[in-house]
Design a protein around this ligand. Structure first.
Ligand code: ATP
Ligand code: MG
Ligand code: FE
Length: 342
């Protein structure tokens, strides 16, 4: 089954064609990062405008690279939640128009479900159930993936997401947006034990995260040093901060894995590109004899191939939408809001 997939939840306009949820025929990503960099973060109104400008060209290119016409597509999948509302609406409206004009089924896809599904594209043998850590720019979740479309959230962040903490801390260190990537690079030359950062726990919620204290502590450290006219060693600071975030992520996910008797672990979301997170999780999972699945680096961040993968399983589950599909800025991964007119 050929699925055309569209993603526009944040600052990437993306389209892809995916076969049976597992095989990428094409994947086109138009990133707006160079433009948002000027402002140190994503400017929602600019993101929406750029999506409007790029979307038809990106979709056309995805079809061309797959060597398929719209007629040969079996269904159209689109990210409808969660994300920046104006950005999501561009993809949703484009997909609705295309589905209506071409007479194709429309498949709404939750963005975090698709981040997890990025792993199905890279690991043909991977099937649910498994335990997933989804760490991205807007979310940090530990999720029991019971089936392709059945999820149970065990833990979540109480404040900042891991990616957001990386981006804000990186900004205070003078690194460009998106900070996580640069923090990872700079950390390669640093001593991760040079500074000690707090490893906050959430009382009574053993799988929850809290990253805002950690972020504030690095910002204060830099500010206080600046007041004394001192400059802190950037690579040591970055490496130590990265270690603290990764320690916390690994600690919670390994605890959840032990408590729930998980048989395999999957990482997903932009932060799963982090080199330290990948190597630490590999070590811990090897120690416990747990298979670990990582998305390839080009599928960690936002793309439409992952939407095409998850879209296939949503289609099989009968989760189709009609012209009353709306975009939703906030929606939990276990929810579904697809309208009534499918
Ligand atoms: P969400 O998926 O929650 O809606 P998003 O789509 O903006 O948010 P993603 O594209 O999944 O987020 O991930 C982007 C985040 O990943 C950014 O915060 C970025 O800094 C972070 N990130 C990317 N690469 C790395 C890395 N190597 N190390 C740490 N963080 C990284
Ligand atoms: Mg992005
Ligand atoms: Fe994302």
């Amino acid at each position: 089954m050929h699925l055309l997939a569209i993603e526009s939840s944040c600052d990437e306009t993306a389209a892809a064609v995916v076969d049976d949820g597992r095989k990428i025929l094409s994947s086109v990503v138009a990133s707006q990062v160079e433009e948002h960099k000027l402002y140190g973060g994503v400017v929602p109104e600019i993101a929406s405008r750029r999506h409007v400008e790029s979307i038809s060209g990106v979709v056309r290119q995805a079809l061309e690279e797959a060597d398929l016409s719209l007629d040969q597509i079996d269904a159209i999948a689109v990210t409808y939640a969660p994300g920046l509302i104006g950005a999501l609406l561009v993809g949703v409206n484009f997909a609705k128009g295309l589905a209506l004009a071409a007479g194709k089924p429309l498949v709404p896809v939750h963005h975090l479900r698709s981040h997890i599904a990025a792993n199905y594209l890279a690991h043909p043998d991977l099937e649910p159930p498994f335990l997933a850590l989804v760490a991205s720019g807007g979310h940090s979740h530990i999720i029991e993936v019971k089936d392709y479309t059945a999820f149970h959230v065990l833990g979540r962040t109480r404040d900042d997401a891991a990616g957001e903490a990386f981006d804000k801390a990186a900004r205070s260190m003078g690194l460009p947006y998106p900070g996580g990537v640069h923090m990872d690079k700079v950390s390669q030359h640093g001593n991760a034990d040079a500074f000690h950062f707090p490893h906050p726990k959430v009382d009574g919620a053993p799988y929850d995260f809290s990253f805002s204290g950690l972020k504030t502590s690095v910002i204060n450290m830099i500010h206080n040093a600046g007041q004394k006219g001192e400059e802190l060693p950037l690579s040591d600071l970055a490496a130590s901060f990265q270690k603290a975030v990764v320690d916390v992520l690994c600690d919670r996910v390994m605890k959840a894995a032990g408590d729930t008797g998980a048989k395999r672990i999957v990482l997903a979301g932009g932060v799963s590109a982090n080199s330290r997170l990948r190597s630490e999780m590999q070590k811990l999972c090897e120690q416990k004899g747990l298979p670990l699945f990582l998305p390839p680096l080009n599928l960690c961040g936002d793309n439409a191939a992952m939407v095409g993968s998850q879209g296939y399983y949503e289609y099989l589950a009968g989760h189709l939408a009609g012209p009353d599909l709306n975009a939703t800025a906030n929606m939990s991964i276990d929810q579904i809001k697809i309208g009534r007119l499918a």
